[in-house]
Design a protein around this ligand. Structure first.
Ligand code: WT7
Length: 685
C-alpha cells in the first residue's frame, strides 16, 4: 500500500474541506481497507499496486505508445497516421478537438464478431438471453450473432440506410437490441438507442433532433407483471415528429408475441414492417463499411442542466479500444467468465458494458429482459446460478432494494460462480457496499465501483480487482491514461488530500467528441467552467492514499436510481401544465433510489391545490419524460424563495425538501423572506 502514495496526487492536506463534503466519517472510511485475497490477486490481470503503477505511469508518460500497443490487437484495414492522439483540451487555445487513431480504418462490428469468429470463438455463446418469465430463454453463439447482425445490416442497407445516417432504436432488452446496434455499426450507420422507458414526447424530441432514416421497435414487452405497449408510444412520437417537420418512412417492429398478439398491434400500412417478415430473408453475410477511427459510432442523449437533452457523440476507434480495455481490466476478465450487467442498452452502461466492451473481448454475456424482482426478490440469484455468472455488474439502487428485501432471498441460492462484482451509476454507500460484498459475494469477490459517465465512454476511476485494497464507498484510483484533477471554485488544481470539483486534464480514447449539432454547447458545458480541463459535473474528495471519493453532482442534475435527470427538464414539464405557474425541482436523499425528485410548484392565480391536481402534475412529468422521472413529492408553494434579482434560491429549497430546517442559512438576501416560513408550514400538508 505504501507504494500507492506515489500516485500523481499523493501528498498535501486540506482536511477542513473533507469534513464539509464527506462528513466526519471520512477518517474511518479512508482507513477501511478491504484487501483482495492472495488467491484472487495471484490470478489477476494486474496483481499488485506496483504493477498498476508501472502501467499507469507509462500510460501517462507515453499515451501514444501505451494505447497504440493495445489498439494493435484489433483489426485495422489500414493503420492510423503518425499521430495517435491529437487534442486541444483548452478553450483558450481554440476549439476543443479530440482525435485518436485518426486515419486508421476499421469497423467495430468486425472487431466484435468476424475477428472473434476467425479466432475460433464461433461456437462460443455470445448471448444468453433470459426472458421475463421463468423458463423462457434463448442462446446465440458468436457465429449465429454474426449471421443475425448481417441480416439486419443487409435489410437496413436495402431500405437505403447509409454510412452516417441516424437510426433510432427503441427496444427493450431483447437480443434484437444489441443485434441492431451491431448491424448499424457494421454499415457505418449512427445508432441512437432511446431507453424504452422514455415517453413518446421524449422519443419524438430525439427523432426531431437526429432525423433518423428508420425507427426500430417492438410491439410490446412484459416487464414484471406489466405490459408496456412500445409500438403505441412510437406511433405517437412519429405523429408528433411529423407535425414538426420530421417524418419517418419506415418503422421496423419486432413481433414480441409473448407480450402482444400481432393482430392486436396498431399498424400503419406502408410505414410499418414486421421484423420477422423481412429480416430473416436477407443473406447472413454482409460486407462491412470500413470507417475512419473518428467516424461517429453512436449518439446517445443524456440530461444536462438545461432543458434540452444533449446528443453525446462517440466515435469508432478510440471508443473501441477504450471500452474493450476497461472491461478487461476493471472486471479482471478471463475467457472463461460469464458476465451479466443488469443495465439496459438504453443507457451508456448498456452500450459500453453490455454490448461493445464484452463482445470485443469475446465474452459470454447474459441479457435479461425483465425486472430484477420478478417473480420475487431472488430472481437475480436465480439467473446467476442458472448461467453460472462469474462477473455481476449492477447499480447501488438495486443493491439497496435487494438488501431491504432480506438476506433469505439471496442465501437460498448458491452464487458460488461469482468472482467479481461491479457497481455503477452513483456513489455506493459503505453499508450497501458491505452487504453487496458480504452477502451477495460471500466476502470473496472484489467489488469494482466504477466511476464514469455517458460522456466518458468508459470507466475513468475504478478498482482493478486484485491489484490493490478497496475501500467501501470509494471508486479508488484512475484507470490507465486518465488524469483526474480536483479543482477549487476558481479552477485552480488542488494537490493531495482535498475536496472540490472533479475534472480531467487530458483526453482518453473513449472521450466523447462533441454534442450532436452543438459543438458550442459541448465547449460551454464541459470545457469552459474550468479552462484547460474537462469538467465532470461531480464533486469529489481525494484521501491520503490518493483514493477518490465521489460525492455526487454539483450541477442541476439529479441522479435517481442511477438515471440522470435534469431539474430543468422536470420543471419545464411541470410548467407546461396549464395550472402550474412556476416550478423548482431539487433532489433529496432517498434510501433506495439514492436521490428522489422533489418539486416545489406555484399555481396560476386563483387555482386551488388539490390531490387531483397533484396527481395530474405527476402524470404530466411521466408523459413528457418517462415514469422514472416522476416526482416523489409535489410541494405546493404560494411563493418561491428568490433573490431580489429574481433568482430562485435552490440552496434553501434543498434544505426545506430534506427537512434540514435548522440549516437554512442566511435568508436575509431574499426578496420576501416570509415565503420560507410559508413553505415550511406547508411542507407536510
Ligand atoms: C453520473 C453519470 C456511467 C454509467 C451510469 C451513469 C454518477 C456514475 C458512479 C460511481 C459515483 C457515479 C456521477 C456521474 N456516477 N457512476 N461509481 N460513483 N458516482 O451514467 O447517466 O452519464 O451519469 O453518474 O454523478 O457524473 P450517466
Amino acid at each position: 500500500l505504501e507504494s500507492m502514495k506515489i500516485l500523481p496526487s499523493g501528498a498535501g492536506c486540506i482536511p477542513h474541506l473533507n469534513a464539509v463534503i464527506l462528513g466526519e466519517s471520512l477518517a474511518t472510511e479512508e482507513n477501511d481497507y478491504v484487501l483482495p485475497s492472495e488467491q484472487f490477486a495471484s490470478q489477476a490481470n494486474v496483481q499488485s499496486p506496483e504493477q498498476y503503477l508501472k502501467m499507469y505511469k507509462r500510460s501517462i508518460e507515453d499515451p501514444a505508445g501505451f494505447w497504440s500497443e493495445i489498439a494493435s490487437e484489433f483489426y485495422w484495414k489500414q493503420k492510423w497516421g503518425d499521430q495517435v492522439c491529437k487534442e486541444n483540451f483548452d478553450v483558450r487555445k481554440g476549439n476543443i478537438n479530440i482525435e485518436w487513431f485518426k486515419g486508421g480504418i476499421t469497423n467495430i462490428c468486425y472487431n466484435c464478431l468476424d475477428r472473434n469468429v476467425e479466432a475460433g470463438l464461433g461456437d462460443k455463446v455470445a448471448f444468453y438471453w433470459e426472458g421475463n418469465e421463468l423458463g423462457v430463454d434463448a442462446t446465440l453463439t458468436y457465429t449465429q450473432l454474426l449471421h443475425q447482425v448481417c441480416q439486419v445490416a443487409n435489410y437496413l442497407k436495402d431500405i437505403g440506410v447509409k454510412k452516417g445516417d441516424a437510426v433510432i432504436i427503441y427496444l427493450p432488452m431483447l437480443m434484437e437490441l444489441p443485434i441492431t446496434m451491431l448491424a448499424c455499426a457494421r454499415i457505418g450507420a449512427v445508432h441512437s438507442v432511446v431507453f424504452a422507458g422514455f415517453s413518446s414526447e421524449s422519443l419524438s424530441q430525439r427523432i426531431i433532433d437526429c432525423k433518423p432514416k428508420v425507427v426500430i421497435t417492438c410491439n410490446a414487452v412484459k416487464r414484471g407483471s406489466k405490459v408496456i405497449y412500445l409500438k403505441d408510444i412510437v406511433d405517437t412520437a412519429i405523429k408528433d415528429s411529423t407535425q414538426n417537420g420530421v417524418s419517418i418512412d419506415v418503422c421496423l417492429a419486432y413481433d414480441n408475441a409473448s407480450a402482444l398478439k400481432r393482430e392486436d398491434t396498431k399498424w400503419t400500412e406502408g410505414r410499418d414492417i414486421w421484423w420477422q417478415d423481412v429480416v430473416p430473408r436477407y443473406p447472413t453475410t454482409c460486407p462491412v463499411e470500413w470507417l475512419d477511427a473518428e467516424d461517429p459510432l453512436f449518439l446517445l442523449y443524456t440530461s444536462g442542466s438545461t432543458g434540452k437533452p444533449k446528443g453525446v457523440v462517440h466515435t469508432t476507434g478510440g471508443y473501441m479500444v477504450y471500452t474493450a480495455t476497461t472491461f478487461k481490466y476493471a472486471f479482471d476478465y478471463k475467457p472463461s467468465d460469464i458476465y451479466w450487467c443488469t443495465a439496459d442498452c438504453g443507457w451508456i452502461t448498456g452500450h459500453s458494458y453490455v454490448t461493445y466492451g464484452p463482445i470485443l473481448n469475446g465474452a459470454t454475456v447474459v441479457l435479461y429482459e425483465g425486472a430484477p424482482n420478478y417473480p420475487d426478490a431472488g430472481r437475480s440469484w436465480n439467473i446467476v446460478d442458472k448461467y453460472k455468472v462469474s462477473i455481476f455488474y449492477t447499480a447501488p439502487t438495486l443493491v439497496r432494494s435487494l438488501m431491504r428485501d432480506g438476506d433469505e432471498h439471496v442465501t437460498r441460492y448458491s452464487r458460488k460462480s461469482l468472482r467479481v462484482l461491479g457497481s455503477v451509476g452513483e456513489p455506493i454507500n459503505p453499508s450497501a457496499w458491505r452487504w453487496f460484498y458480504n452477502v451477495i459475494g460471500d466476502s470473496r469477490c472484489p467489488i469494482s465501483d466504477t466511476w464514469w459517465q455517458t460522456e466518458t465512454g468508459g470507466f475513468m476511476i475504478t478498482p482493478l480487482p486484485g491489484a490493490w485494497p478497496q475501500k467501501p464507498g470509494s471508486a479508488t484510483c484512475p484507470f490507465f491514461g486518465v488524469q483526474p484533477v480536483i479543482v477549487d471554485e476558481n479552477g485552480v488544481e488542488i494537490e493531495g488530500e482535498c475536496s472540490g470539483y472533479l475534472c480531467v486534464k487530458s483526453s482518453w480514447p473513449g472521450a466523447f467528441r462533441t454534442l450532436y449539432g452543438d459543438h458550442e454547447r459541448y465547449e460551454t458545458t464541459y470545457f469552459k467552467p474550468f479552462a484547460g480541463y474537462y469538467f465532470s459535473g461531480d464533486g469529489c474528495s481525494r484521501d491520503k492514499d490518493g483514493y477518490y471519493w465521489l460525492t455526487g453532482r454539483v450541477d442541476d442534475v439529479i441522479n435517481v436510481s442511477g438515471h440522470r435527470i435534469g431539474t430543468a427538464e422536470v420543471e419545464s414539464a411541470l410548467v407546461s401544465h396549464p395550472k402550474c405557474a412556476e416550478a423548482a425541482v431539487v433532489g433529496v436523499e432517498h434510501e433506495v433510489k439514492g436521490q428522489s425528485i422533489y418539486a416545489f410548484v406555484t399555481l396560476v392565480d386563483g387555482v386551488p391545490y388539490s390531490e387531483e391536481l397533484r396527481k395530474d402534475l405527476v402524470l404530466t412529468v411521466r408523459k413528457q419524460i418517462g415514469a422514472f422521472a416522476a416526482p416523489d413529492k409535489i410541494h405546493w408553494a404560494p411563493g418561491l424563495p428568490k433573490t431580489r434579482s429574481g433568482k430562485i434560491m435552490r440552496r434553501i429549497l434543498r434544505k426545506i425538501a430534506s427537512r434540514q430546517l435548522d440549516e437554512l442559512g442566511d435568508t436575509s438576501t431574499l426578496a420576501e423572506p416570509n415565503v420560507v416560513n410559508q413553505l415550511i408550514e406547508l411542507a407536510d400538508s
